[in-house]
Write a protein that binds this ligand. Structure first.
Ligand SMILES: Cc1cc2nc3c(=O)[nH]c(=O)nc-3n(C[C@H](O)[C@H](O)[C@H](O)COP(=O)(O)OP(=O)(O)OC[C@H]3O[C@@H](n4cnc5c(N)ncnc54)[C@H](O)[C@@H]3O)c2cc1C
Length: 505
């Protein structure tokens, strides 16, 4: 029987999606989050700016992102789920598609501290181009040789670093670390290949070679069917490389919050302090900062480590197994057109190694990466400098104690990469996002299977579901998919949120 009352713990994108969908299916939902603003890591903020250029005074606003900003329109069931959700909350008109032929889709860069900025290859033909820099040439050669390499996978889950070294060699593995920094802000040696880059793992399993396996990637029938079910919406996105929302990602979490309230969700700015199943009454006691609550079911939409702290009586295994990385996000606004600052494109990522005293991970060229998303429409350049992650928890650097330490680091990095820019910024907003992205350590899939079993067979007897970036993928699409699956599953009975790992081996 579906639970009549549900407490959703955590009001980030995952919790808001779960609350919204559960309320649509008729459940009585209480959403709990102590933060003054819902949305979790989804954080868009607008700032006033003014500057003088060519004797003219300009004034207006810029909208800045401190968390997610771009969405993939393919790559698993989360992509159609996200697009459908955006339509359902009334944000279809806010979608800003970035088509495949847009400079942001075609030009992504790698910044090697020893060699400078170079275009990331978009085609193997870059091998024949004499302008291709040596590191990129080495990467392409390693890819070309990979099918002939005899280096079978080890038994058990492997780290991303070990995989790239085994299949492509150490030089290519170093370049590949840039992409790991860009998605997970993690040390590739600490990250599970199978959980973080499942498509590469599957390709090697399929064909004994990653490259051969990728050429033989079967059509994902379930994803194709989900796009087909979306009709015109599904067709439209075929030519998109990615998309964003005019006004920023914060509009999505705001619309979800409004939608959830309109459906009767009781939104409480309160922290959950403890969760205890009442085995005889088949309910759950929720201890909150505003008092006790009793519900039929709990959806935990907060990081696993935080959930661990709330389970004082009936614990679950492995919730402390993964660490999370801290990322410094510094938004910098320059009173110049983007063409005067950087080449057109999405931005650049930085591989491991070489002189990188600020511990920079990469820079997003927001003005050209996601044009049309800022309603402010000033002719300025917005850059987001991402710092830290493995530089602070693994490669030997020190994590800043406070936001204030981030701005000088970001500006010193930008001064080295763009020495021709001598005009000072008109706005610099730093933010230290503590423990914001989980690092799925090798063995993650096995552990999810065991958590799933423990929820069903232990004291929870199925009255708890888990969703969020800590489990089945860190992208916004993954978060939405996990929440949608739990809401749909609960309408038909009990669900842990980890059903996809029930048969993981
Ligand atoms: C800097 C950055 C950039 C990113 N860029 C992208 C991108 O461009 N594209 C993309 O696809 N993904 C991106 N991601 C990843 C994606 O944004 C996150 O994985 C996702 O937003 C996580 O959402 P969540 O709801 O699972 O968790 P969170 O956002 O962590 O939400 C958890 C919530 O739980 C609440 N909480 C904590 N403790 C308690 C308690 N005791 N009681 C009640 N509530 C509690 C918190 O206040 C918080 O609101 C980015 C992430 C970061 C950090």
């Amino acid at each position: 029987m579906p639970p009549r009352s549900v407490a959703v713990v955590g009001g980030g994108l995952s919790g808001l999606t779960a609350a919204y969908r559960l309320a649509q299916s008729g459940a009585r939902v209480t959403l709990l989050d102590p933060a003054p603003r819902l949305g979790g890591w989804t954080q868009t903020q607008t700032y006033p700016v003014s500057y003088d250029r060519d004797g003219v005074h300009h004034t207006g606003t810029v909208s800045l992102e401190f968390g997610p900003r771009s969405i993939r329109p393919r790559g698993g069931l989360g992509a159609p789920a996200m697009l459908q959700l955006i339509h359902d909350v009334g944000l279809a008109d806010a979608i800003v598609p970035i088509p495949n032929n847009h400079p942001a889709a075609k030009h992504r860069y790698i910044y090697d501290p020893e060699r400078g900025l170079s275009a990331a290859p978009t085609s193997p033909l870059a091998l024949l181009d004499p302008r291709t820099p040596p590191a990129i040439r080495a990467l392409l050669l390693a890819v070309a040789r990979e099918p002939f390499r005899r280096a079978p996978p080890p038994t058990g889950d492997e780290s991303v670093a070990s995989f790239f070294e085994r299949r492509f060699g150490p030089r290519a593995a170093r370049t590949a670390s840039a992409f790991v920094h860009g998605i997970y802000a993690a040390d590739p040696a600490a990250l599970s290949l199978r959980s973080a880059f499942g498509a590469l793992y599957a390709a090697e399993q399929r064909a004994g070679s990653v490259v051969r396996g990728l050429f033989r990637t079967p059509v994902d029938e379930a994803e194709a069917a989900a796009w087909h079910a979306l009709g015109e919406i599904g067709k439209e996105r075929e030519g998109w490389n990615m998309y964003a929302l005019r006004g920023g990602m914060g509009r999505l979490t705001h619309a979800l919050e409004e939608g959830a309230r309109a459906l009767g969700v009781d939104v409480r700015r309160a922290a959950v302090l403890g969760l205890t199943p009442d085995q005889r009454a088949r309910r759950v006691n929720v201890d909150t900062s505003y008092g006790p609550l009793r519900v039929d079911h709990v959806v935990a939409a907060l990081p696993p480590r935080r959930l661990h702290r709330l389970l004082t009586e009936v614990r679950l295994p492995h919730l402390l197994a993964n660490s999370s990385t801290t990322v410094g996000v510094v938004n910098v606004v320059l009173p110049l057109p983007a063409s005067a600052v950087h080449p057109p494109g999405f931005g650049y990522l930085i591989p491991r190694g070489g002189p990188n005293p600020e511990g920079a991970l990469g820079v997003v060229f927001d003005t050209t990466a996601l044009p049309g998303t800022d309603p402010g429409e000033l002719d300025v350049t917005k850059l987001t400098v991402m710092l830290g992650g493995p530089h602070w928890n693994s490669y030997g650097g020190r994590e800043p104690a406070h936001d204030d330490e981030l701005a000088p680091l970001a500006l010193s990095h930008l001064a080295r990469v763009f020495p021709h820019v001598t005009v000072p910024p008109i706005l610099v907003v730093p933010r230290l996002n503590q423990e914001c992205i989980p690092t799925y350590a090798p063995g993650h899939g096995d552990r999810l299977r065991e958590i799933h079993q423990a929820i069903i067979t232990g004291g929870w007897a199925g009255r708890l579901s888990v969703v969020g970036a800590g489990y089945g993928g860190v992208s916004v699409n993954d978060c939405v998919l996990g929440a949608e699956m739990v809401a749909a599953g609960l309408a038909g009975g009990q669900v842990t949120g980890l059903e996809r790992w029930a048969d993981w081996e």
